[in-house]
Ligand binder design. Structure first.
Ligand SMILES: C[S@@+](CC[C@H](N)C(=O)[O-])C[C@H]1O[C@@H](n2cnc3c(N)ncnc32)[C@H](O)[C@@H]1O
Length: 287
């Protein structure tokens, strides 16, 4: 049996069984709880910890994940990674050996950047997509990859995380509040109103809801107090191939046909605006 990645071993004490909530221990092929529920580690290095409802949807496809990896590798979103890293640094100044969770972490691009900036960090990336989890499992030696459905709850013990980050991914505020220690930090990145324009409109991508910031504030009211907001807003020309991947990597990718998008975009570089809000919140001390 292949040895578990060290990052996974390190976070086992923070895990709880997604079926019964009891603590888990490492076994030869994965983890096992005191009541006998066992969860195998994949040979790709990630651990699947889905609850009783199992996998209800696949998450991003292998094609979407590959497109996302190419786009992120182009440097277009580096300023967003920098903003997330700055938010994490500020929040974790006084935390030795911080635990950072990225929910819906995709390829792990942002978690890698954030973890790379911190000393003695334990990173946990969760994903519903197996294609994404495979990449997450090898993105950084300090990052453990878990297949988890954010909507179904997080297989982590109460108050064990110092910082949760969620980048363009589903949120479960009650679970984020539960796993964060009191005074811990939630960092959420959401698209601003001009994000990916004019490409978004021209290539038929879905438009983000206009009230994203208001909805976020309402979702988090009670358990979280708003903190600093970092805004990334820059327009740069991107190669046509990157523009095609941009159109196909997100939720719109499911509805769009690659050949049609390639035809619409053509072969010339296109201007693309990256407009993203990185919002930090403090987990209230009271609850
Ligand atoms: C738009 S992508 C963002 C990925 C990554 N945060 C990034 O910005 O590069 C959303 C990700 O959330 C994952 N996802 C969707 N629903 C999920 C759920 N219920 N639980 C966990 N992951 C989910 C998808 O598989 C996808 O990788």
């Amino acid at each position: 049996m292949r040895a578990a990645p060290a990052a996974l071993e390190r976070v086992v004490p923070l895990l709880r069984c997604p079926l019964c909530g009891s603590g888990v221990e490492s076994g030869e092929s994965g983890v096992r709880c005191g009541r006998g529920h066992s969860f195998d580690r994949a040979r790709h290095g990630y651990l699947t910890l889905l609850g009783a409802r199992g996998r209800r949807f696949p998450g991003d496809s292998a094609e979407q994940v590959a497109a996302r990896e190419r786009v992120l590798g182009s440097g277009l979103f580096d300023a967003v990674a920098d903003a997330l890293a700055a938010a994490a640094r500020d929040a974790l100044l006084d935390r030795p050996r911080p635990v950072v969770l990225d929910a819906g972490a995709g390829t792990g691009f942002y978690l890698d950047r954030v973890a790379g900036d911190l000393v003695d960090v334990s990173g946990i990336g969760t994903e519903i997509s197996v294609a994404a989890a495979r990449r997450l499992a090898r993105v950084n030696p300090h990052v453990a990859a878990l297949v988890v459905d954010t909507w179904d709850g997080l297989p982590l013990t109460d108050g064990c995380v110092d910082l949760v980050q969620v980048v363009f991914a589903p949120r479960n505020p009650a679970e984020f509040a539960r796993v964060l220690r009191p005074g811990g930090t939630l960092v959420v990145a959401i698209p601003g109103p001009g994000h990916l324009e004019p490409l978004r409109t021209e290539s038929g991508m879905l438009t983000p809801a206009a009230d994203k910031a208001e909805k976020l504030a309402a979702d988090l009211a009670g358990a979280f107090e708003p903190g600093p907001v970092r805004v990334v807003d820059a327009t740069a020309p991107v190669a046509a191939a990157v523009a095609v991947d941009l159109a196909l990597m997100g939720p719109s990718g499911v509805h769009l046909d690659r050949a049609r998008v390639e035809q619409d975009i053509g072969s010339e570089p296109r201007p693309v605006r990256v407009h993203v809000e990185v919002r930090s919140y403090r987990r209230s001390l009271q609850q």
